[in-house]
Write a protein that binds this ligand. Structure first.
Ligand code: SF4
Length: 444
């Protein structure tokens, strides 16, 4: 009997992929080893979105070998098809598994080592692998990928190369998975894809976005899917991420107030606050368009939390252009932003651009934006003081206190050591204290 351990680096899609790998391995007879040194097989689900995430594997691989020299190491995720990484890592790993190419794992039980020579099709089979039932890592909140890949080719981004073109899952399969989870008592359903808004699927022809001609392209879209998920009976919340601003339709915004299970939180990556930078990034919208979208969302869903992703120090970004991003932050008053310093990603169009903003300047820009974010997030949170909100309890934090999240994705620490309910339950709290990125509340 063989044991396995999975290390996940990166985004929600990677976490979801790891959950599928875990269940696939269990079906092959492997057993999960909670402690890494006790595993015969270690899978690393890698991330290539930033240099810092990529670099983690170079220290990790020798450490895993040192812990257990006989261990088999398989690398999957965004770096699994990168030739430069393969050359650098050499034969210190036993196999490279492109995303979704689970057939490599079949060979593990037949003992075909070294498995680096095992043949695989080389084609992503997303539709199939997304239907592998995951070993969910949470008992109350689940990530449900509705698709995989991206057709947008933002100039800085590796995802279209790492995950391939957009492929979507059948709505029937997604609904079946959600219904099954709700029946088991799951309280939070997170619909995820690189670009949820471009979801389209034709149930009659079982064809996904890549295969659909224009006349078929509206068979089931994201608005239809969201309505169907919302209509599933049960007491649960629905979240979705990520949304590309260019594909967020008026129809979706208009329907949001009617979808009572869909949480009042929209993650809308702006990436930059300057039109010229956005053009070079190939984002296909302007800041005026982005701000108009936010206005429409706030009109439709008053009090909705808005979060974003931003890259600072993109090649050629001047101080003046960065000042436009600062202006955007002051105007939109984001609740949270994931701010990244630009790093060139191999194989992308931007890799060839002159990375001419110094490290120090990138750091400075990140700090300046964070300072504005702290203020706006605090201002937004102040509106919660004295209010009563529902939270979904997620567990205990490092201080040993219960905490949960509001529908607007605000982190709330509960001022009580004892809860009658517990992890994965909805409770009502009165907010008594607010900070920039968190709140405290008392159970009602
Ligand atoms: S939309 Fe752009 S940033 Fe997002 S995954 Fe696709 S290429 Fe990357």
């Amino acid at each position: 009997m063989k044991t396995f351990h999975i290390i996940t680096i990166g985004c929600q899609m990677n976490k979801s992929d790891s959950e599928r790998i875990a269940s696939y391995l269990e079906n092959l007879g492997f057993i999960l080893a909670e402690e890494r040194p006790k595993a015969d097989l270690v899978i690393i689900t890698t991330c290539g979105v930033r240099a810092s995430a990529e670099n983690r594997i170079f220290g990790l691989i020798p450490r895993i070998r040192q812990e257990n020299p006989a261990v088999k190491i398989v690398l999957t995720g965004c770096l699994s098809k990168r030739e430069d990484i393969k050359r650098r890592v050499g034969n210190t790993v036993d196999a490279w598994m492109p995303i979704g190419e689970f057939s490599i794992l079949d060979s593990m039980i037949s003992g075909q080592y070294p498995i680096s020579n095992i043949q695989y099709s080389g084609e992503l089979r997303s539709g199939e692998y997304l239907n592998v039932t995951p070993k969910y890592s949470s008992k109350h909140s689940a990530y449900i990928p509705i698709g995989n890949g991206c057709d947008n080719y933002c100039t800085y981004c590796v995802v279209p190369y790492a995950r391939g073109r957009e492929v979507y899952r059948s709505a029937d399969d997604i609904l079946k998975e959600v219904k099954g989870l709700v029946e088991k008592g799951y309280k939070e359903i997170n619909l995820i894809a690189q670009n949820v808004n471009s979801y389209r699927y034709d149930e009659n022809t079982r064809k996904n976005a890549n295969d659909l001609s224009r006349e078929h392209a509206d068979k089931v879209d994201f608005v239809d899917l969201l309505k169907m998920v919302n209509d599933i009976p049960g007491n649960f919340w629905v979240r979705f991420s990520s949304s590309h601003p260019k594909d967020m339709s008026d129809e979706l915004i208009k329907i949001l107030p009617q979808l009572t299970k869909v949480c009042e939180h929209i993650h809308l990556p702006a990436q930059a606050g300057d039109d010229d930078v956005l053009r070079v990034m190939n984002r296909n919208y302007t800041i005026e368009y982005y701000k108009a979208l936010i206005k429409k969302i706030r009109q439709a869903v008053p009090g909705a939390a808005i979060t974003t992703d931003i890259i600072v120090g993109f090649p050629g970004e001047t101080r003046e252009q960065f000042a436009n991003t600062l202006k955007l932050f002051k105007e939109v008053k984001f609740d949270m932003a994931y701010i990244a310093q630009y790093s060139p990603r191999p194989g992308t169009a931007a890799e060839k651009f002159d990375d001419n903003v110094t490290k120090e300047e990138k750091k400075k820009r990140e700090e300046e934006l964070t300072a504005v974010l702290r203020k706006t997030a605090f201002e937004n949170n102040r509106k919660y003081l004295g209010k009563t909100v529902d939270i979904l309890v997620e567990g205990k934090n490092r201080r040993g206190k219960w905490f949960g999240r509001t529908r607007t994705d605000k982190n709330v620490e509960v001022k009580s050591d004892k809860l009658e309910t517990g992890n994965g339950e909805f409770i009502r709290v009165k907010i008594t204290e607010v900070r920039d990125f968190g709140m405290k509340g008392e159970v009602i």
